[in-house]
Design a binder for this molecule. Structure first.
Ligand code: ATP
Length: 286
């Protein structure tokens, strides 16, 4: 068992003028985790991923990936890294196949066979010209490029934003197969607004708001620690509910942290149930 975190982030802070993009962010990701990175537009997700990748320098704090300082990545660590940016950059004057061949030259572990298999799984024609690809097809090609050298750490910044439902399903299946077939710990960070996808694949959840970490926990712990309470009565402040909103039929739905929640103020009709990621997202962001 490898105890060194795949990613460690300590006290990262970054401001753009009057905007706080990252606010004292610290966490560590165990190898083999799949982290779902969640937050509203402008929460700081891309900035955080860029700092982790060493593409942006923070004003305070530091990040390390695969035991190497992000701002000073070695070639051997780059070799073990796969990244899909929010807006993929391709060589537009080349075909899909030529794009893959060109990128493949930078990686010792690149497999042409695996790249072809990934193209087939992602329904991507290798003869198409990159310039003619739709936004979703460009994203699929970026995904193939990120996986074909069999990296140990994958960073995806909203990889499925322009994918249709079938392509999204193919991506999630490919990602799952990739981590299983690797036969070793593959760590994934996936930022997405599609909570259903995160719900399906993430072992850990990281909620960002205004650049600060609101919650970083194992998905199972999150399911145990946060619950929804339905009641005909609005929960009062003494219960320390995170968020309360009115739903149909005069019912109130509240998200509570069971570790701090005061049940003594609950009405007898109250029913507690499993929290959906959407409820938690709303609770953390309102
Ligand atoms: P989205 O979900 O819309 O992609 P995000 O969570 O990825 O958003 P970031 O792109 O990290 O958010 O931006 C965080 C904040 O930092 C935003 O308020 C954004 O306007 C600001 N910001 C990011 N990059 C810059 C920049 N280069 N110059 C100025 N402000 C920036």
């Amino acid at each position: 068992m490898n105890d060194t975190p795949a990613i460690s982030v300590e006290h990262l802070s970054l401001r753009y003028g009057g905007v706080t993009a990252l606010d004292d962010v610290s966490f560590a990701v165990e190898p083999g985790s799949v982290v779902g990175l969640l937050g509203r537009n402008g929460a700081g997700k891309t900035t955080l991923l860029n700092c982790i990748l060493g593409l942006t320098a923070p004003q305070d704090g530091a990040a390390r990936i695969l035991n190497c300082a992000s701002l000073n990545l070695t070639d051997s660590v780059r070799e073990r890294l796969g990244y899909v940016p929010q807006t993929p950059e391709l060589f537009d004057w080349l075909t899909v196949q030529q794009n893959l061949e060109l990128i493949g030259r930078f990686y010792k572990n690149w497999s042409d066979e695996y790249a072809s298999a990934l193209c087939a799984r992602m329904s991507l024609s290798s003869h198409a010209n990159a310039r003619t690809l739709s936004p979703g097809e460009r994203q699929r090609l970026a995904i193939v490029q990120a996986l074909a050298h069999k990296p140990d750490l994958l960073i995806f910044d909203e990889p499925v934003a322009s994918l249709d439902p079938i392509a999204r399903r193919d991506f999630l299946r490919t990602l799952f197969d990739h981590t299983v077939e690797a036969g070793r710990d593959v760590t994934v960070v996936l930022s997405s607004h599609l909570l259903e996808d995160i719900e399906r694949v993430a072992t850990h959840l990281l909620f960002l708001r205004n650049g600060a970490v609101q919650c970083f926990a194992n998905h199972d712990e999150v399911s145990e620690n946060f619950q929804v309470v339905y009641s005909a009565y609005r929960l009062d402040r003494r219960t320390r509910a995170l968020h309360t909103g009115e739903v149909a039929n005069g019912q109130w739905r509240s998200v509570v942290d069971v570790r701090t929640f005061d049940r003594s103020a609950l009405h007898s009709d109250a029913k507690m149930s499993r929290v959906a990621l959407g409820d938690l997202f709303e609770a953390f962001n309102t």
